[in-house]
Design a protein around this ligand. Structure first.
Ligand SMILES: [Fe+2]
Length: 327
């Protein structure tokens, strides 16, 4: 994944398609981008591209949700938000779609050993809030799974996480969106009240410094804590442009003051510090690219330049990642 300004048409091919705000494929994967198109994509406020070049050749992103599934889920999230904004309710047909998409997300997360997100910054501006919801649901599911949640718990958690910001569709007052979200979701009788509480509490904190109610300790439901961690991480890597390892570090600082230690631990056990494709500098002085993650989530295999030698950090305890390489 690169910033759009780093794109070089003579050495890079698009590795994942680019979609416009109507979720139509603007550019398919497997070709280079014409400069005119590049301008157009920039106008859509797409910040990142997935590319393949000589250095990254052979890196697969199987850990990532496939684009069509991701886009479908974004589509349905947008539909629910729009409906909520219009009629302050969720109708039966829309609710069915939500439940179907939740089932799909649970299946997708469960079949992968680890989770790498498609950044919500990689799509058109208008879709970002919904992509954010989808990513928060995916991250929440990964944390819930590491906490040993059963199927019913996972579905409740994912529903609350997907719709955690639905209050924003009802009222522009950001301070009140957890309350508006709660009021809406609790009145949908088919939804678990717990899902409504996830929306209600996702900005709360264990030490009572959150909002809207400044609840403390045990009052802060575990599922809402999970959604809180997922929300913080997603915002850090998208809005705040932190790199994944910086966002991971930020999450670590929240243990026992904002979120409980087991929730933070589950996050650490489910989300890689250096996702495949990250360019890194090792303490040996070599530069390389994270090639794959297998045995150890936080000690990936790095392909070193220019030799293309693969170093499995899990087996080389003296070699460490010093920093992210500036491309
Ligand atoms: Fe929020």
């Amino acid at each position: 994944m690169i910033e759009i300004d780093e794109y070089n048409p003579s050495t890079m091919q698009l590795a994942k398609p680019i979609y416009d705000s109507h979720k139509r494929i603007l550019l398919a994967a497997g070709r280079s981008i014409h400069p005119e198109y590049l301008k157009r994509i920039k106008k859509l406020n797409v910040r990142y591209l997935f590319i393949e070049d000589a250095e990254s050749a052979g890196i697969t992103l199987d850990e990532m949700l496939d684009m069509p599934t991701w886009m479908d889920t974004i589509d349905i999230t947008q539909e629910v938000f729009n409906e909520a904004g219009k009629i302050k309710n969720i109708t039966q047909p829309t609710l069915r779609k939500v439940q179907k998409t939740i089932d799909r997300l649970v299946t997708e997360v469960q079949k992968r050993p680890l989770l790498v997100l498609i950044p919500s910054t990689s799509i058109a501006e208008e879709l970002k809030p919904f992509a954010h919801g989808v990513n928060v649901a995916l991250l929440s599911l990964q944390i819930g799974r590491k906490m040993g949640y059963n199927m019913l718990q996972l579905k409740t958690l994912a529903t609350g996480a997907l719709l955690h910001d639905i209050g924003k569709a009802i009222n522009k007052d950001v301070e009140k969106h957890p309350v508006h979200g709660f009021e809406l979701l609790r009145n949908v009788s088919e939804l678990s009240i717990l899902a409504a509480h996830v929306a209600f509490q996702h900005h709360e904190s264990l030490n009572g410094t959150g909002f809207p109610r400044s609840i403390e300790g045990k009052q802060f439901h575990e599922m809402a804590q999970i959604c809180g961690v997922a929300n913080l991480y997603e915002n850090s890597i998208s809005k705040d442009m932190l790199s994944p390892h910086e966002a991971m570090e930020l999450i670590m600082t929240k243990s026992d003051n904002t979120y409980s230690h087991p929730v933070i631990q589950a996050f650490y056990n489910g989300v890689p510090t250096y996702p495949p494709g990250t360019k890194v500098v090792l303490n040996t002085g070599s530069e390389g690219i994270v090639y794959k993650i297998d045995k150890n989530l936080h000690r990936p295999t790095v392909r070193v330049f220019p030799t293309h030698e693969e170093i499995a950090l899990a087996e080389k305890p003296t070699i460490i990642i010093e920093k992210i390489a500036s491309s």
